[in-house]
Ligand binder design. Structure first.
Ligand code: PEP
Length: 253
C-alpha cells in the first residue's frame, strides 16, 4: 500500500460560476477542518483576489482554471503564471476536457502550460481522460498513455513529483454518470504505471492522481478509498458547501 506516500488533494473546479459576492459567501460557508487532505478551490479569474482574501488564514488554497504558456507579451485575453502567482494562487488546472473540447487545447499546449506553471512555482493539476467512444472502442489505455506521455514530456523526475494528474473520463464530467470505483482505480493505476515506465516506481508512487467526474457527497468515499485514487477534482458538487465538505471528510489522507 503506497497511498500514504503521497498527498491527498481535494480540488473544487467552479468553472464559470459565481460572482465575486457569491464566491465570498460560498467560501464563508466552507468548513474545512482536519488535515486528511489538501483542499483547493479553482475559481474564475475574476474571483481569484476575492477568494484569496476570503480564505484568510484557513488551510484552503486557491487555484486558477487555466494559464498561458508565455511569460508576457501580445496575447490578448490571456493570463500568465507569474500574474497568478502574484495574487496568491498556488494551483492551476491545465487541459480540462472543456478546454480541450471548446478551446482547442492539445497535449502539446498542455505540456507548454505545465512547463510555465512549474517554472513559476505553481502546482499544475493536469487533466486527462478518454471520451465515451474511446472507452467503447477499448482504447482508453492508449488515450491515457498518449495524454500522459505527451502532456508530461520533458519534465525531470523532481518536476513530475510536483504535478497532480486528474483522471477525468470525459463521459463522466457534468453528466451525473460516475465511473465505478473499480474503473477509476484501474485507470489511475494504469496512469501511474505509465509514469513508472518512464521515471521509475519511486517517482510514480509519489505522484498524486485524482479522479474527477460527477464525484459527489454520496460516491466520494468509495472512489477515494481506491489505492491509486489520491483525491478528487470536483465540479458541480464543489459549488455546494455542505457536499464539498462531505467529500473532503471522505478523503483518506
Ligand atoms: C470537472 O469539472 O472537472 C468535473 C469533474 O465536473 P463534475 O464534478 O461536475 O462532473
Amino acid at each position: 500500500m503506497n497511498k500514504g506516500l503521497r498527498k491527498t488533494v481535494i480540488a473544487g473546479n467552479w468553472k464559470m460560476n459565481k460572482t465575486r459576492a457569491e464566491a465570498a459567501e460560498l467560501i464563508k460557508q466552507l468548513a474545512v477542518d482536519g488535515d486528511k487532505a489538501d483542499v483547493v478551490i479553482c475559481v474564475p479569474y475574476t474571483n481569484l483576489q476575492t477568494a484569496a482574501e476570503a480564505v484568510g488564514g484557513s488551510s484552503v488554497k486557491i487555484g486558477a482554471q487555466n494559464v498561458h504558456y508565455e511569460k508576457s507579451g501580445a496575447f490578448t485575453g490571456e493570463i500568465s503564471a507569474d500574474m497568478l502567482k502574484e495574487i496568491g494562487v498556488e494551483y492551476v488546472i491545465i487541459g480540462h476536457s472543456e478546454r480541450r473540447q471548446y478551446f482547442g487545447e492539445t497535449d502539446e499546449t498542455v505540456n507548454r502550460r505545465t512547463r510555465a506553471a512549474l517554472n513559476a512555482g505553481l502546482i499544475p493539476i493536469v487533466c486527462i481522460g478518454e471520451l465515451l467512444d474511446e472507452r467503447e472502442a477499448n482504447i482508453t489505455e492508449e488515450v491515457l498513455s498518449r495524454q500522459t506521455k505527451l502532456g508530461l514530456a520533458g519534465f525531470t523526475a523532481d518536476e513530475i513529483k510536483k504535478i497532480i494528474i486528474a483522471y477525468e473520463p470525459v463521459w463522466a464530467i457534468g453528466t451525473g454518470k460516475t465511473a465505478t470505483a473499480a474503473q477509476a482505480g484501474e485507470a489511475c493505476g494504469f496512469i501511474r504505471g505509465v509514469i513508472a515506465k518512464i521515471h521509475g516506481k519511486d517517482v510514480a508512487d509519489a505522484v498524486t492522481i485524482q479522479y474527477g467526474g460527477s464525484m459527489n457527497a454520496k460516491n466520494a468515499a468509495e472512489l477515494l478509498a481506491q489505492e491509486d485514487v489520491d483525491g478528487g477534482l470536483i465540479g458541480g458538487a464543489s459549488l455546494i458547501a455542505e457536499d464539498f465538505g462531505t467529500i473532503i471528510n471522505a478523503a483518506q489522507g
